[in-house]
Design a protein around this ligand. Structure first.
Ligand code: SF4
Ligand code: SF4
Length: 260
C-alpha cells in the first residue's frame, strides 16, 4: 500500500516537473535559426573567405610570401615608362600589372597571415561562407581582371622597351669606345710631338681611361647579363604560370564533362 502511494506520488511529480519545463519554454524566445531563411549574427573578425580588391593591389606579393600553405598565386608584369597605372585608394603608386591573382580556398587554413602585411589593405576576410561545391577546383578564386589581350599587350610593350634600352646601351658603349680610341690616338700624336709632357701624363691618363673603359665594360657586361638573367627568370615564371593555368583549366573542363 505504501509502495503504491509512493509510486503514484513519483508519477505525478515527474509529470508536473516535465510539464513545468515545457510551459516555461513555451513563452521564451526560440533559439533555433531557420537557415537559410534566417541567418545568425556572425562574431567580430570572423574568418570565412578571402577577398581581394584588385584595383588596390600593387603586386608586391607580400601576401603570397606570408602564406604558410602557398595557396596564393600572383603573377605580375612590369609596366613600361610610358604606362600610367595610377594610384591605389591608399595613395600607393602602381608600377606592376597584376595579370594573375588566384587564391585556392580549398588549401587555405584561414590563418589570416596574408592579410596583415598588405600595404594597401586590399586583401581581407569577408563574411561570406556559402561557397561549398562538389569540385575542389571551383574553390580557386581568381581576382585578376586583365584580359588575355591586355596581358599580351603589356608583355609586348615590356619586351619592346627592354629591347630599346638594350640597343641604347649598346650604342652608348660604342660611342664611348670610339671616343676613347679617338682620345688615345690624339694623345699618341701629342706624345710624338712633346715626349716629356707625355711621359708624365700619358700612362696615368691612358691607364685611367683603360681602367674606366674596362670597368665600364665590366659593369655594363654585368648589367647585360643581369638583364638576361631577369628576362630568363621572368620567362620561366610566365611559362610556369601559363602551364599551371592551362592544367587547371583542362582539369576543370574534364570534371565538368564527366559531371555533365
Ligand atoms: S589565410 Fe593563411 S592560409 Fe589562407 S591564404 Fe591567407 S596566409 Fe594563406
Ligand atoms: S600584399 Fe596586398 S598589395 Fe601586395 S600583392 Fe598581396 S594583395 Fe596585392
Amino acid at each position: 500500500m505504501v509502495k503504491a502511494l509512493s509510486d503514484t506520488y513519483t508519477t505525478f511529480k515527474t509529470i508536473f516537473t516535465g510539464m513545468g519545463i515545457t510551459l516555461r519554454h513555451l513563452f521564451k524566445k526560440s533559439v533555433t535559426v531557420q537557415y537559410p531563411y534566417e541567418r545568425d549574427v556572425l562574431p567580430e573578425r570572423v574568418r570565412l573567405k578571402l577577398h581581394v580588391n584588385i584595383d588596390d593591389c600593387i603586386g608586391c606579393r607580400l601576401c603570397e610570401r606570408a602564406c604558410p600553405v602557398e595557396c596564393i598565386d600572383i603573377g605580375t608584369i612590369k609596366s613600361t615608362d610610358d604606362d600610367d597605372l595610377g594610384e591605389t585608394s591608399t595613395g600607393h603608386k602602381k608600377k606592376l600589372w597584376v595579370d594573375n591573382f588566384d587564391i585556392d580556398m580549398a588549401k587555405c587554413c584561414y590563418c589570416e597571415l596574408c592579410v596583415h602585411p598588405c600595404p594597401t589593405n586590399c586583401i581581407t576576410m569577408v563574411e561570406e561562407y556559402e561557397y561549398s561545391t562538389y569540385n575542389r577546383n571551383d574553390l580557386i578564386f581568381s581576382f585578376a581582371d586583365m584580359t588575355p589581350e591586355q596581358i599580351e599587350e603589356a608583355n609586348r610593350k615590356l619586351e619592346e622597351e627592354a629591347e630599346a634600352k638594350r640597343r641604347k646601351k649598346e650604342e652608348a658603349m660604342l660611342a664611348r669606345k670610339k671616343k676613347e680610341e679617338a682620345s688615345a690616338a690624339a694623345e699618341g700624336e701629342g706624345g710624338e710631338k712633346a715626349p716629356k709632357a707625355d711621359s708624365d701624363s700619358t700612362p696615368a691618363g691612358s691607364g685611367d681611361a683603360a681602367g674606366a673603359s674596362a670597368s665600364g665594360t665590366d659593369a655594363s657586361g654585368a648589367e647585360t647579363s643581369g638583364d638576361a638573367d631577369s628576362d630568363a627568370a621572368r620567362e620561366a615564371r610566365r611559362a610556369e604560370r601559363e602551364a599551371r593555368r592551362a592544367a587547371r583549366k583542362a582539369e576543370r573542363e574534364t570534371k565538368k564533362n564527366s559531371e555533365g
